[in-house]
Design a protein around this ligand. Structure first.
Ligand code: LMR
Length: 446
């Protein structure tokens, strides 16, 4: 065990760290002349807006018929500054009310895959117009402008509004979904406790901002690592938002467990494709202690252990492959997973807005209070969930446990409790005390 108090210097742990989620730098940099011309940030926030000028009785169409006078519209440019006469558009009559989606780390690689999926209608459907509220840092704001330009150039009819900025209190205004991707990567010499602290501060601030300005039923999906504990911090700083609305993204781990190199190996051994793998739970932390549950998972409707007789392989190779997939990928790519993470965010959202297929479930890191599994309360822990498609979920009751599964669950639970102690100063629970287990780490830390 490595012991550290956040008020003092951190005790060195014997692990190497590789945080490669998106970076939010606090280093200040000057906006380019181009940015200054295109956007007029307010002196306080340097927020910028690209908004489509449609009136309430209008919906968006592709043909601009009248441009607003540049005067009074200097904060937008290009296609988003034009006003459209949409009354004649048949297709838009079926559109739903606009949904506000906030994304942090919006200039990074994961977002670069995700935003275009969101804007295309792939996630929320062809009748759902959306507004994108993109949060970056001072350092990334120019890149964020580039992202906005690419969104503009993509001519997505459903994309009604784009805002970019660096102040979460402005960017998160009225957000109904908050996809929190941006987090600090571990810097040279930084201890795991230090990383928890730095990222925890980001998520504490973003929790406060969501609490203050977002929709009070906003659904929050935390992606930036360590995502379970960041989600807990965010939740604790947002007391007006239901605790149930906070998720830590473990869908990537679930997908990995089903995928070709991992669960497909189960499927290949069983002679089926991975779409036949169901009821796949990831228990616990998005770290190398996570538990891919082959006891409750099914292949073509049958328990995995009945289909795959090599139980030693399940317990050892399969489990470790899922746990360490992120790190192996970093070794190959030289950077953290981005496209597959974006896909798993899409899957996570879709799982909440579409009814879960009969008999199946999905994994999400959610608040443990009231869980039926005996997992310690007041942490964010990946568990099996089902949704009616209304954005909410229920925990699945009919799962079974054996000694192997329980032992693994206890280990990932202990790790999350240690992380929680380490961020107590950010959750309003007193003085932080870091005794993080040395043998566990994020999937990306090898
Ligand atoms: C992943 O699972 O791919 C990432 O969380 C790894 C990392 O540390 O960025």
């Amino acid at each position: 065990m490595a012991l550290a108090e956040l008020s003092t210097s951190y005790t060195k742990t014997a692990t190497r760290y590789h945080f490669s989620q998106l970076s939010l730098s606090s280093a200040s940099s000057r906006f380019s002349d181009h940015f200054r011309r295109s956007f007029r940030p307010t002196p306080r926030t340097r927020n910028a807006t690209i908004s489509c000028s449609v009136t309430s009785d209008q919906v968006q169409a592709r043909i601009p018929v009248e441009a607003e006078s540049p005067k009074g519209k200097t904060e937008c440019y290009g296609v988003f500054c034009l006003t459209y006469d949409l009354k004649a558009e048949e297709e838009t009559k079926s559109w739903e009310k606009l949904v506000n989606i906030a994304v942090s780390g919006a200039a990074g690689m994961i977002s670069n895959h995700l935003l275009f999926k969101l804007a295309s209608g792939e996630v929320f459907g062809p009748n759902q117009p959306i507004a994108l509220k993109l949060l970056g840092s001072e350092r990334s704001i120019q890149a964020l402008e580039g992202v906005a330009m690419e969104l503009e150039d993509s001519l997505f009819p459903l994309l009604r509004e784009v805002r970019i900025g660096i102040n979460p209190y402005e960017v998160f205004q009225d957000a109904e979904w908050a996809l929190l991707i941006g987090a600090k990567p571990r810097g040279p010499g930084m201890e795991r406790a230090g990383l928890l602290d730095i990222n925890g501060q980001i998520f504490a601030e973003q929790g406060k901002a969501l609490n203050a300005v977002a929709s009070h039923n906003v659904k929050v999906i935390v992606v930036g690592n360590p995502c379970n504990t960041n989600a807990l911090i965010c939740m604790k700083n947002a007391p007006n938002i239901p605790a149930k609305n906070f998720h830590a993204l473990t869908r990537l781990d679930e997908n990995r467990a089903k995928c070709q190199q991992l669960f497909l190996q189960l499927a290949l051994k069983a002679g089926v494709f991975y779409d036949q793998v169901s009821n796949m739970t990831i228990w616990g932390n998005h770290s190398t202690t996570q538990v891919p549950d082959f006891l409750n998972a099914r292949i073509s409707g049958l328990p995995v252990k009945e289909v795959i007789k090599d139980h030693k392989w399940l317990e050892e190779e399969f489990t470790e492959m899922v746990q360490k997939r992120g790190g192996v990928l970093i070794q190959k790519w030289g950077r953290s997973s981005a496209a597959s993470t974006a896909v798993s965010i899409v899957d996570a959202i879709k799982s909440l807005i579409t009814p879960t297929p009969e008999g199946d479930w999905f994994s999400s890191g959610v608040y443990t209070n009231g869980n039926p599994y005996g997992i310690v309360e007041d942490i964010v822990f990946s568990m099996p969930c089902r949704s009616k498609g209304d954005g909410d979920y229920e925990l699945v009751k009919d799962v079974i446990f054996d000694d192997y599964l329980l032992k693994r669950i206890r280990k990932t639970e202990a790790e999350l409790l240690a992380e929680k102690r380490c961020v107590a100063h950010l959750t309003g629970e007193g003085i932080a005390y870091c005794d993080l287990p040395e043998d566990t780490m994020l999937p990306g830390e090898m």
